[in-house]
Ligand binder design. Structure first.
Ligand SMILES: Nc1ncnc2c1ncn2[C@@H]1O[C@H](COP(=O)(O)OP(=O)(O)O)[C@@H](O)[C@H]1O
Ligand SMILES: [Mg+2]
Length: 277
């Protein structure tokens, strides 16, 4: 028997649950030269399980958006929610890989990766197993007892990624994680991130200044305008998965995506008000 759905029922079923919502958000910092309005009427919805990339001029507020979602900072106006609940303090549902190297230098890799489990009071025996499995899955097996200073830049990123994923957060925030790495290493880590993400399909908000990286990884790319910033363009990436980080640029849709995204960014280069930090 053929089941007929009313069109509106089908439409409702197709809308994925929002994992992240920004509605009419305004954020103003007090800088030495006066108030600095970074976000104005900023709205953005990220669906559960979506991989969203955020690009935009330097100083446009990309890190601010992540900090607000992490609950490390509060908006001056508007509403932010994560998995349906308002963010009104430190958001424990997220894993945050910040822009800066945040490994504790006096701790080994396994001791660093274990930090989020220690904070959550996970028993020592369970902790050890989970830490070792996670270290292996980011390709750091054999380096458990090394200190951060004994690792290359890429290995430190892997350790930070392991620490971000270890407690199984529902939403992962990544702030230019592969920015300072060389091109080859970047591709390797992108491929590993794709593999890890495809196994878990977490919601990801990934900030990058690299348009090719954004198209390679994301389901959707949003471009921020200069300050006071809002979402200027949203581009859904029409390239199937699984994707190869090497072949993505040869996909038929790649060129159009690149042109549109670059077009949106190019017009703003040099228009960003001077950084006042
Ligand atoms: N805590 C703060 N106090 C004052 N100004 C800040 C603070 N955090 C960020 N800013 C300023 O806000 C603007 C946006 O910063 P940020 O979100 O880091 O931009 P992006 O990540 O897009 O480069 C910048 O001009 C920055 O100097
Ligand atoms: Mg930033």
């Amino acid at each position: 028997m053929k089941v007929c759905h009313a069109p509106e029922t089908v439409a409702v079923l197709e809308i994925a649950k929002p994992a992240v919502e920004f509605k009419g958000v305004r954020k103003v910092f007090q800088s030495r030269s006066g108030p600095l309005e970074v976000l104005r009427d900023f709205s953005l919805v990220v669906a559960e399980g979506e991989f969203l990339a955020v690009v935009g001029p330097s100083g446009s507020g990309k890190s601010t958006v992540l900090n607000l979602l992490a609950g490390l900072d509060m908006p001056d106006e508007g509403h932010i929610a994560c998995n349906g609940a308002p963010v009104d303090g430190v958001n424990t549902e997220i894993g945050y890989l910040t822009q800066h190297d945040s490994l504790l230098p006096w701790r080994t890799v396994e001791e660093n990766v274990a930090v989020p489990l220690e904070i959550r009071g996970v028993a020592v025996s369970e902790r050890r197993d989970r830490v070792h499995a996670m270290i292996a899955s980011v390709g750091l097996k054999g380096f458990e007892r090394h200190h951060p200073r004994q690792l290359s830049g890429g290995m430190r990123k892997r350790a930070m990624l392991a620490r971000t994923l270890i407690y199984n957060p529902s939403t992962i925030l990544m702030d230019e994680p592969f920015g300072p790495l060389d091109a080859q290493l970047k591709l390797v880590l992108q491929a590993e991130l794709m593999r890890l993400w495809s196994e878990s399909r977490k919601t990801v908000v990934f900030v990058t200044h690299d348009i090719v990286e954004a198209i390679t990884l994301a389901d959707r790319v949003v471009v921020l305008s200069p300050r006071p910033s809002r979402v200027k363009l949203g581009e859904r990436i029409a390239i199937g998965r699984p994707r190869s980080v090497h072949d993505v640029r040869f996909a038929p849709a790649f060129e159009d995506h690149y042109r549109r995204l670059w077009g949106a960014i190019e017009t703003d280069i040099g228009r960003q008000p001077h950084d006042q930090q």
